[in-house]
Design a protein around this ligand. Structure first.
Ligand SMILES: Cc1ncc(C[n+]2csc(CCOP(=O)(O)OP(=O)(O)O)c2C)c(N)n1
Ligand SMILES: [Mg+2]
Length: 337
């Protein structure tokens, strides 16, 4: 299968396993430090931390080749980092600086890197789902054996865009992975108060496609399920709906204390931290040394030190740049640029 390493979970070398650990920890620390930088006044605007859900982005991206197309959500930093984005350019974008991925016009909610096939975070809940469907259609029309992936939350599966997309993707057998990260909440509303289904995966039945549940706190389980879905997609058999059961450790956005969640529920999920549990498995079952884990953590701190310094040193865009790279029309329909 194109881009896949063809290596089963049990055969993954310790270096590959350590890489998955590293990618998850990078996301965790990127987000924690972003929260601190925001508190220090260096990052303006909203941040929706991906903390707790790292195994989903890393597990799915580990199953993809370089030609895949991805769409994301308002909680998108983890997806972009798992795809291999530069933390320095991401921080620069969050700081609102010229060296940011989108020269400060994207920010957290609309950061894009088309070179990575990352078609963007999205402030519109469910907004990335039709985009990935369109990317899947393009792959199919041009005969490219690769996949499109859409990440979205449980809340997004109540949007019309989700249902319309699955309907057409099923009908046209598009090579798309629909990855629902069910973190049990849409904003401040618990899942059982915003939808009747407990398992979002059951919604696949309406479109006669597979609906598969993954342990979203287990990076290897997510990778396994994603690999199966990629194989099905590139074989021409159509899309798969993956539901990754997971939890966000913090509030909906930085500043939300998340008090609407029962403390025992939070404690239960914190005990299943995807990074801590995977680290313990690496040491206990895969012969990875604690020293290697510690070295990985040190390397990540250095990378993020440099990333934050890069962002801070990057100039603010000139006000005149506001009209570059945007398409605007006046009310008379006259293009400004
Ligand atoms: C179309 C639309 N409706 C409502 C909102 C406000 N909103 C932002 S995030 C969010 C909750 C989304 O929940 P979910 O899809 O489960 O993602 P999560 O935040 O849990 O990652 C809502 C309702 C929005 N941004 N876009
Ligand atoms: Mg949710």
């Amino acid at each position: 299968m194109k881009g896949d390493d063809g290596v089963s979970d049990t055969d993954l070398a310790p270096e590959r396993l350590l890489r998955l650990y590293r990618d998850m920890l990078l996301i965790r620390r990127f987000e924690e430090r972003a929260a601190e930088l925001r508190m220090a006044g260096l990052i303006p605007g909203f941040l929706h931390p991906y903390i707790g859900q790292e195994a989903v982005a890393v597990g799915v991206c580990a199953a993809l080749g370089p030609g895949a197309a991805l769409t994301s959500t308002h909680r998108g930093h983890g997806h972009m980092l798992a795809r291999g984005a530069s933390p320095a350019r991401m921080y620069a974008e969050l700081y609102g600086r010229r060296d940011g991925y989108n020269r400060a016009k994207g920010g957290s909610l609309h950061m894009i890197d088309t070179e990575l096939g990352f078609l963007g975070a999205n402030g519109i809940v469910g907004g990335g789902i039709p985009l990935a469907t369109g990317a899947g259609l393009q792959l199919k029309r041009t005969g490219v054996e690769d996949v499109a992936v859409s990440f979205f939350g449980d809340g997004a599966t109540n949007e019309g865009a989700f249902h319309e997309s699955l309907n057409l993707a099923s009908l046209w057998k598009l090579p798309v992975l629909y990855v629902c990260e069910n973190n049990l909440y849409g904003e401040f509303t618990r899942q059982d108060r915003h939808q009747v289904v407990k398992d979002v995966a059951t919604r696949a039945a309406a479109y006669e496609i597979p609906g598969v549940i993954a342990d979203g706190n287990d990076v290897l389980d997510v990778r396994r399920v994603a690999r199966d879905a990629v194989a099905r997609a590139v074989a021409g058999d159509g899309p798969t709906l993956i539901e990754a059961k997971t939890y966000r450790h913090r509030g909906h956005y930085e500043g939300d204390m998340g008090r609407y969640r029962p403390p025992d529920e939070v404690a239960e999920w914190l005990a299943r931290d995807p990074i801590i549990t995977f680290g313990a498995r690496l040491v206990g079952e895969h012969g990875v040394s604690q020293k290697a884990l510690d070295g990985t953590a040190t390397e990540i701190e250095r990378t993020l030190d440099e990333a934050a310094a890069f962002a801070e040193a990057s100039p603010h865009p000139d006000p005149e740049e506001a009209l570059e790279d945007v398409y605007t029309e006046t009310h008379e329909g006259m293009a400004l640029r």
